[in-house]
Ligand binder design. Structure first.
Ligand code: NAD
Length: 366
């Protein structure tokens, strides 16, 4: 039997498609995991080292994220085996070839992910008339530009502040990964009276107990520089931000950065998972045992896909913003209530909630 079926369970995947277009140098995989709630939405990741397993895990994560958010969409994902740093002409050829290859798979709506962006989505839309995460000029709601995911992270913080015993007003926040998600989360939380006391990116980190200047950090990033080049505060060693003195920690960069060997160093009382799977299962358990409230990724970072769904259905930016607030509030509340009531980790509680919605949606299918 092929390894494809190794991932099959009662939820999916429905389709696993290997795509090759030797003329364009394209090698890709598309996984449509589950479409009980509606056509699958999920990003297309381009990287040299992607894999079938990664594609499956991400597709399944989208099934849960979309079901948890109550969107009329199932979950899917695609990966292209290539280095996104290639010359633009080659990238366009590859993306367009990929678009044509998935054209007939109407149960999948592609969005941007690592290595692809709104321009790539515009090329695919041009080829097959279907994609999300589009540029504004062609009806898109640019989710990174408006801080869709960061907004949701801040909404989750607003709900969780009571359970964690961390009032947002005056809270000290630390953000690992001062990018599209992290910098907007910091911005929206600062609007609620919190102070960013530490920030990092791939080239280093910086901390100042009295608070960092968000505008100056933005300017550095826009100039292609690192937050660690700020001429105030104390430089941080790689990874040091996880244990920095703060009330709220927002990992918004890479997977598995909070692990069994550093979870005890976390000083925050509240962890908001901006990135996908930033903590291992063991680390989440250790944090929970210490009373640290962790809002799991597919609840805290759903703002981007909620925005993409609103765009797909022709809604406005204002609708996207209010839906993010409404849905992330409801889901964070329900996750924390269930976790307390049933004695579960927040991730377990959120997974049960999403699975129940999914099973109900599946029961309506033939
Ligand atoms: P981005 O590329 O805009 O920003 C990522 C930031 O992380 C950059 O500043 C980068 O320098 C930094 N970084 C990379 N490696 C790091 C490291 N080892 N230590 C510290 N910083 C590091 O990406 P993004 O869109 O903000 O996405 C961040 C994470 O959030 C990813 O895991 C992504 O999958 C997830 N996510 C993003 C969205 C979205 O709407 N953009 C939605 C859901 C989940």
């Amino acid at each position: 039997m092929s390894t494809t079926f190794a991932y099959l369970d009662e939820i999916g995947p429905e389709k696993v498609i290997e795509i090759a277009d030797p003329g364009a140098g394209l090698r890709a995989i598309l996984i449509v995991d589950n479409t009980a709630c509606g056509p699958a939405i999920g990003g297309c990741r381009m990287a040299p080292d992607v894999s079938l397993e990664e594609c499956f895990r991400l597709a399944r994560a989208m099934t849960f994220k979309n079901a948890a958010a109550g969107l009329p969409h199932g979950g899917g994902k695609s990966v292209i085996f290539a280095d996104p740093a290639m010359v633009p002409e080659k990238k366009e050829e590859l993306i367009r070839a990929f678009g044509r290859a998935i054209g007939e798979i109407e149960s999948y709506i592609v969005g941007p992910d690592m290595g692809t962006n709104e321009v790539a989505m515009a090329w695919i839309r041009d080829e097959i008339g279907r994609s999300v995460g589009l540029p504004r000029e062609i009806g898109g709601i640019p989710l990174d530009e408006i801080g869709a995911t960061g907004r949701g992270v801040a909404v989750a913080a607003d709900v969780a502040q009571q359970a964690a015993g961390v009032p947002l007003s005056g809270a000290r926040i630390a953000v690992q990964g001062f990018g599209a998600v992290g910098r907007w989360a910091a911005r929206f939380l600062a609007d609620q009276g919190a102070a960013l006391v530490a920030a990092s990116d791939s080239r280093g980190g910086i901390a100042a107990p009295g608070g960092l200047d968000l505008d100056r950090l933005d300017q550095l990033k826009q100039a292609g520089r690192s937050v660690s080049e700020l001429d105030e505060g104390k430089r941080l060693e790689p990874g040091e931000i996880i244990g920095v003195a703060c009330d709220i920690l927002i990992p918004a960069a890479r997977p598995d950065v909070i692990r069994a060997n550093n979870a005890r160093a976390v000083k925050a009382r509240l962890v908001l998972e901006g990135a996908n799977i930033p903590a291992t299962a063991e680390a989440e358990r250790l944090l929970h045992e210490r009373g640290v409230v962790v809002v799991p990724d597919f609840i805290a970072n759903a703002g981007g896909v909620i925005c993409a769904s609103v765009e797909y259905h022709g809604g406005s930016e204002a609708t996207a913003t209010s839906m993010i607030t409404e849905m992330v509030t409801r889901n964070t509340e329900e996750t924390l209530v269930r976790a307390r009531r049933d004695g579960l980790l927040p991730r377990e509680a959120a997974s049960r909630m999403a699975r129940e919605r999914l099973v109900r949606a599946m029961s309506y299918r033939r």
